[in-house]
Design a protein around this ligand. Structure first.
Ligand code: GLA
Length: 407
């Protein structure tokens, strides 16, 4: 029998101690402070953000920690707990395409703050994280957001507010800064849901994010009170958004919006969907693709609204069917699932999950399952066994609760 592997979250103290200790070792002395930011899971509303739609992420207990000390010059020196050696970037040279690998997300945030008119200088920093890397749980947004609140604090920008009293308007500005860093310096054409989750989702709440205007509503989200749990499965199937299929999906949606004469697909209501699909059907292969992509986006936005209705009615167990429908739509119409994600979702359901779906961008990464509290272990066990039987790499598991934003 296969034993599931669990990914533990570090406590804030553990994370802070790790980066402080390493900082003292490599940079001498004390950092100006330690900041951290969470990864996220999206409950529903996938590939809707760049279409002006709705999404509903929560912040994970798993966080990225940064110990940072400001420098008077433009040099950025970075050390990661996940690799040996230091990386250096001169902020004066940062531009699209100039920084390789993960430092692009960090230098990108400093660059985007400067572009927004803030006098940000260089820094020495140690970063370490318990957010699984490349697992569709937004390790990159956690990295960006941790540096965004760190630079906000050391330069007195006053955008983040405090952990007890976060300033949502200021955090929305920081989220946009992080999106610019990711789109322009890291070169990943992502939509903004992840950064909003990491900076703006409050503990105990899901963040109803309206990507048309960036407004948010905090929806109380406490599955434990209902005897439920959210099981996250990192399938270990690799994914990357910097290249390829993610951008292709986004371009298809944008092309469909142009053909339909709308600014974003958000403008297509469920009532107008059939008519829109008929207009996109022109006998071409790309027309057929656009029909499926648009059908996913419009029905997915409606599912977010239904999901929130269930939550507000105090029926979280009622969202299972919506999760199942979301997965089917992402598999059949949006075509962003993969063998590991489909296997996870099917196995979790057969083992008693109330609903299950992939989360994040897809093409690998993670899935979530809504389960009764007592079913967490049996469902994880069933998924681990199914992967072993199929000869796949062992997945890893965590239980997600709605945790605190970057601070
Ligand atoms: C990735 C992107 C987000 C969003 C999701 C899909 O996580 O970073 O902007 O588009 O995929 O919902």
């Amino acid at each position: 029998m296969t034993t599931p592997t669990w990914i533990d979250a570090w406590t804030p103290q553990q994370g802070a101690e790790r980066v402080r200790a390493r900082f003292a070792e490599v940079f001498d002395g004390e950092p100006d402070g330690v900041w951290s930011a969470p990864g996220r899971v999206n409950l529903i509303g996938e590939h809707t953000d760049y279409n002006g739609g709705l999404a509903l992420p929560i912040a994970l207990p798993h966080r990225t920690f940064v110990a940072l000390r400001s420098r008077p010059d433009s040099l950025v020196r970075l050390v990661s707990g996940q690799e040996s050696g230091a990386r250096e970037v001169d902020l004066r040279t940062v531009a699209p395409g100039t920084v390789e690998g993960w430092p692009a997300y960090v230098a990108g945030v400093a660059w985007a703050l400067q572009q927004a008119g803030h006098a940000v200088t260089g820094f020495d920093a140690v970063v370490d994280s318990c957010v699984p890397y490349g697992s569709g749980l937004s390790s990159s947004a956690a990295l960006e957001s941790a540096f965004a609140v760190a630079l906000d604090a050391v330069h007195g920008l006053g955008l983040a507010g405090t952990a007890d009293g976060p300033d949502d308007a200021g955090r929305s500005v920081l989220a946009q800064v992080c999106v610019r860093a990711e789109n322009e310096i890291a070169g990943a054409p992502t939509g903004g849901m992840d950064q909003a989750a990491s900076l703006r989702a409050l503990a105990g709440h899901a963040l109803l994010l309206d990507c048309l205007d960036g407004s948010v509503r905090q929806e109380p989200f406490d599955l434990t009170a209902h005897g439920l749990a959210l099981l996250v499965v990192d399938t270990k199937a690799e994914h990357s958004h910097a290249t390829g299929e993610y951008g292709v999906r986004r371009a298809s949606c944008e092309a469909a919006a142009v053909r339909l004469g709308v600014g974003t697909l958000r403008e297509i209501t469920p009532e107008a969907l059939d008519d829109a699909l008929a207009r996109l059907t022109d006998g071409s292969a790309e027309g057929d693709v656009q029909v499926r992509r648009v059908r996913h986006v419009v029905t997915e936005i409606a599912r977010v609204e239904q999901f929130v209705t269930e939550l507000e009615a105090g029926h979280p167990e009622g969202v299972g069917a919506l999760m199942d429908a979301s997965h089917a739509s992402l598999r059949d119409d949006y075509e962003v699932t993969c063998r590991e994600l489909d296997l996870t979702v099917e196995t979790a359901r057969s083992a008693g999950a109330l609903g299950a779906r992939m989360t994040g961008g897809g093409f690998g990464g993670s899935a979530i399952a809504l389960v009764r509290a007592e079913a967490v272990k049996p469902v994880a066990q069933a998924v681990a066994q199914a992967f072993a039987d199929a000869g796949l790499r062992a997945p890893a598991f965590l239980v997600a609760t709605a945790a605190a934003p970057a601070c």
